[in-house]
Design a protein around this ligand. Structure first.
Ligand SMILES: Nc1ncnc2c1ncn2[C@@H]1O[C@H](COP(=O)(O)OS(=O)(=O)O)[C@@H](OP(=O)(O)O)[C@H]1O
Ligand SMILES: Nc1ncnc2c1ncn2[C@@H]1O[C@H](COP(=O)(O)OP(=O)(O)O)[C@@H](O)[C@H]1O
Length: 207
């Protein structure tokens, strides 16, 4: 590893962000299966895209069809899943995008390791704090029922741990309130971040 030297190129993240009139950030949605991560992140991406932001959404289910298709749900595999996703998200933010990621990301250590890839203010943790009882009652994929029957091992919340964040930037329980209000709160938060080196970015003015 000592023979690998970082090559600092001229164009940087701030320049790419200015070109897109936006402040690139990562919004990291964490929560139990069925808590509402994908729904919130998808609705937020739609709102931001319509307002002129350049976005990308990384979703656990989808990433596990390609980049992480070799990984399962042991704690070690989840660690590697989130290590890879964290590095991809870092590249996308460096490319000047507003990135949204929707992963259970069950442990504080995993989420802290991703946070530490970013400067202060560039990693926004969104805890989707919907209670297990609600997630299990929803069970849109029937996975909780299978987990309860022992047909799925290491299922988060049932036979694998989830550690609540100590200090997420935002906390949303999707069993309270309505989706539109929840998404607007997220849009307002992202819009308030649209400053680079003291200069207000144009993106989001339509919001
Ligand atoms: N054992 C087990 N535990 C938890 N989840 C499971 C499991 N097996 C499959 N699934 C489905 O995989 C989705 C979670 O993948 P993630 O990459 O987000 O998980 S993790 O961050 O690596 O913990 C998760 O998707 P969401 O329901 O959208 O969260 C599940 O549908
Ligand atoms: N804000 C919300 N209000 C009500 N129901 C929701 C909300 N967000 C998600 N849901 C419902 O909860 C279930 C799981 O949502 P999903 O976004 O797939 O969760 P996750 O990505 O965390 O697994 C779906 O049936 C969805 O319709």
């Amino acid at each position: 590893m000592t023979d690998i030297v970082w090559h600092q190129h001229e164009i940087d993240q701030a320049a790419r962000g200015r070109q897109k009139n936006q402040n690139p950030v990562l919004l990291w949605f964490t929560g139990l299966s069925g808590s509402g991560k994908s729904t919130l992140a998808g609705a937020l991406e739609h709102a931001l895209f319509e307002a002129g932001f350049h976005t990308y959404l990384l979703d656990g289910d989808n990433v596990r069809h390609g980049l992480c298709k070799d990984l399962g749900f042991s704690l070690e595999d989840r660690d590697e899943n989130l290590r890879r996703v964290g590095e991809v998200a870092k590249l996308m933010v460096d490319a000047g995008l507003v990135v949204l990621s929707a992963f259970i990301s069950p442990t504080r250590a995993e989420r802290e390791r991703v946070r530490n890839l970013f400067p202060e203010g560039k990693f926004i943790e969104v805890h989707v704090s919907t209670p297990l009882s609600v997630c299990e009652s929803r069970d849109p994929k029937g996975l909780y029922a299978k987990a309860r029957k022992g047909e799925i091992a290491n299922f988060t919340g049932i036979s694998s741990p989830y550690e609540n964040p100590d200090s997420a930037e935002l906390t949303i329980d999707t069993s309270k309130g309505d989706l539109a209000t929840q998404v607007q709160a997220l849009v307002d938060y992202v819009s308030a971040l649209q400053v680079i080196d003291g200069e207000k970015m144009v993106a989001g003015l339509g919001i």
